[in-house]
Design a protein around this ligand. Structure first.
Ligand code: GAL
Length: 683
């Protein structure tokens, strides 16, 4: 197992964040103090230039790079590296004035006026041209700077544009996809329904709010197109930079399980995956541990997009954000816990938004390492500096990887299709929630789980769970069959294999495309329950799992029945089945049962796959990072009580204490244990 250092020049964890000196150019005293404070906080890298366009090019073709050069030189002279952002996430006023086509159009057809950010049209040739000019100049001016370690493309790419340029590109995209044959599109979208048949690609509009929103195929294709177009915009930037400096790695900051972009389609163009994490800590809707595990789910999603290297925590809030509904402060100790959570899940960076709090405008009260007071005498600064020291202590962990043998299958296409389909209940589809809860249950059991696509290579995994795999791409069934035939333990649920990639229903019964042969069942009906309805899933030994929301009526075609329904017209019909297939087993659960109750099944699958469950209190999050020189176990206590983890053997890198038996974690406590007997997890 190799060590994959993301930044050889830095050679350890990156600690830093967004630095916006362009807001402080008239305060050289502050810029000087920044360097002193960064060193004190153990900051070794900053991200420069996000949103700096109007300082870099205040008027068309009038470039001012001297200030940035001075800042970068100064940082480098003080041992601080730079991640250089391209400023395309917000445009200066002169661009919108000269090129109104660069302004985004919304789903009601309304063109935005100048202002805010993340408001550009991805298709506009004029905007792309201005971005290219800027990016090329940045690469030429700073691409060979010794302090530069990475480019950061734009900022949180996202959103949709419905302008005429985007609509035209959409038509072209569709025409290419359907071999320039409108009948193929009509068939794929079942257009004869309601007489929606198109005679030509020119008639197709994006799904405007007052237009065509009733064709599932169109709706899905528009989302796919939005990702495709955004990726095309991003790749345009990457190509421009790489033409000048091919060896500088690139990233763009993703946002959790973001709804509007299928990040997996964008990942191949990036050298590292990075993301911005802003959980609502201490909210009143869920337990703190739930919030933590949900955040860890997002880390795992990012990690799994490039499993051969660490990912990056590009942004997080020191203290608090300012845009949540309630902006509650992180309690003492939580900053360290959250930062180590990123590292435990495989990140090699801990970065913040932002270094110094803005004095005015939209984010003036967003948390920052250095607040308006301007000193190191704050709780937040001290907690950040502590993280700096910790990252230094655990430097050998950098470059090691988290390896999982269990996988959760989660697809963006499927998510969009489930949300759009006129079926089930509008209120209880809960695809995301279902995925997160299953992932959390595995982690609580101490089984590490990656989050992958249904067409991913599953050969590294021995257990896989595919919740609600409603949209089943034709190749996916083969992939799943191959996984089980090789010895995998697979669990699928109600609402599996109903439609193909155009959202046309599979004919001949669900689950379609040959999956009935894999699971040994056929689903005949799906029943939607009202919130007050309950059913039960009854085992032979008398155990009952509570059923809510959905129940499917199955016909067995070779599977063993492990549990049946307790009541209603499908009482006694199979509710949980297991079908031996090749060397493995294919489980099917025909009802929604909460993941907490399903834990015995998950444990059984792990046991059969010979995956050890790490015993520990459920609110202690556990991960293992491993590399050539050693394995490092991370324990993160989500609770405000002291917790004990048994059977820990090694040296705690945070306290330098030898642990041989019980590990005691204080409230929100963390431990990084260099394991005594280096035993790498099998790949
Ligand atoms: C991010 C964004 C940053 C900053 C931050 C505040 O979404 O990339 O620029 O706005 O949120 O939490």
């Amino acid at each position: 197992m190799e060590k994959t250092i993301l930044f050889p020049k830095v050679g350890k964890f990156v600690h830093g964040g967004d630095y916006n000196p362009d807001q402080w150019l008239d305060r050289p005293d502050i810029l000087k103090e920044d360097i002193r404070l960064m060193k004190e906080a153990g900051v070794n890298c900053v991200t420069l230039g996000v949103f700096a366009w109007s300082t870099l090019e205040p008027r068309k073709d009038e470039f001012h790079f001297e200030w940035m050069k001075e800042i970068m030189d100064n940082l480098y002279a003080n041992g601080i590296y730079t991640i250089l952002a391209t400023p395309s996430g917000a445009k200066p006023a002169w661009i919108d004035e000269e090129y109104p086509e660069a302004l985004r159009v919304d789903h009601k057809g309304l063109r935005r006026l100048h202002g805010v950010r993340h408001n550009h049209c991805m298709s506009s040739p004029k905007y792309r041209e201005r971005v290219r000019i800027m990016d090329r100049k940045l690469a030429e001016n700073f691409g060979h700077h010794p302090g530069l370690i990475m480019y950061h493309i734009s900022n949180e790419l996202g959103g949709m544009c419905f302008c005429p340029l985007c609509a035209a590109r959409f038509r072209q995209y569709l025409s290419d996809k359907f071999d320039h044959d409108i009948d193929k599109l009509n068939h794929a979208w079942w257009a004869t329904f309601w007489s929606h048949t198109y005679q030509s690609f020119d008639q197709i509009e994006p799904p405007f709010a007052n237009g065509e929103t009733s064709m599932m195929g169109l709706n899905l294709e528009w989302k796919r197109f939005t990702t495709w177009n955004m990726n095309d915009f991003m790749m345009d930037e990457i190509r421009t930079l790489k033409e000048v400096t091919p060896d500088i790695p690139v990233t763009t900051n993703f946002m959790d399980f973001f709804y509007l972009l299928d990040y997996r389609k964008m990942a191949p163009g990036l050298d590292a995956i990075s993301w911005d994490s802003y959980p609502e800590f201490h909210n009143d809707r869920e337990s703190f541990s739930d919030t933590m595990y949900h955040n860890a789910f997002n880390h795992a999603l990012m990690r799994s997009m490039k499993p051969d290297r660490p990912f990056m925590l590009m942004e997080s809030a020191p203290g608090l954000p300012n845009w949540h509904e309630y902006n509650k402060m992180k309690r003492p100790g939580v900053h360290k816990l959250a930062c180590l959570q990123a590292v435990a899940n495989g990140s090699d960076t801990v970065q913040y938004f932002q270094w110094r709090q803005s004095r005015g405008s939209y984010e003036q009260f967003h948390g920052a390492v250095v607040g308006h007071k301007g000193t190191d005498e704050t709780r937040i600064f001290k907690e950040v500096a502590e993280v700096g020291r910790i990252l230094e202590k655990i430097s050998p962990v950098a470059g090691t990887l988290v390896k999982a043998r269990a996988a959760l299958i989660v697809d963006w296409d499927n998510r969009w299709a489930i949300d759009d389909v006129m079926a089930l209940s509008r209120r209880t589809k809960h695809y995301d929630k279902t995925c997160v809860e299953i992932w959390k249950a595995f982690e609580e059991l101490g089984v590490e789980m990656d989050i992958v696509a249904s067409d991913s290579d599953l050969s590294h995994y021995d257990v896989a769970v595919a919740p609600m795999l409603y949209l089943l791409e034709p190749e996916t069934a083969q992939n799943l069959k191959g996984f089980v035939a090789r010895g995998g333990q697979l669990l699928a649920t109600y609402f599996t294999g109903c439609v193909d990639d155009n959202q046309l229903c599979y004919l001949g019964g669900f689950p379609g495309d040959g999956l009935q042969e894999l699971f040994g069942v056929e689903s005949e009906e799906i029943d939607t329950l009202y919130p007050s309805d309950r059913n039960g899933l009854v085992f032979e030994d008398g155990r009952v799992w509570e059923v809510r929301d959905y129940a499917e009526v199955l016909n067995v075609k070779g599977a063993d029945v492990l549990a049946t329904f307790e009541s209603d017209y499908y009482q006694g019909k199979p509710a949980l089945t297991c079908h031996p297939y090749g060397e493995g087993k294919a489980y099917y659960i025909a009802a929604r049962v909460n993941a907490e109750q399903m834990k015995p099944l998950f444990e059984q699958m792990a046991r059969e796959a010979d995956i050890p469950c790490r015993r520990k209190p459920e609110t202690v999050e556990y991960h293992l990072r491993a590399g050539e020189e050693g394995s490092y176990a991370f324990y993160l206590n989500h609770s405000t009580e002291e917790e004990i983890v048994e059977d820990v053997h090694g040296r705690d890198m945070l306290t330098d204490e030898k642990i041989d038996g019980n590990l005691i974690l204080s409230a929100y406590g963390t431990a990084v244990i260099k394991l005594q007997n280096v035993r790498l997890q099998p790949l």
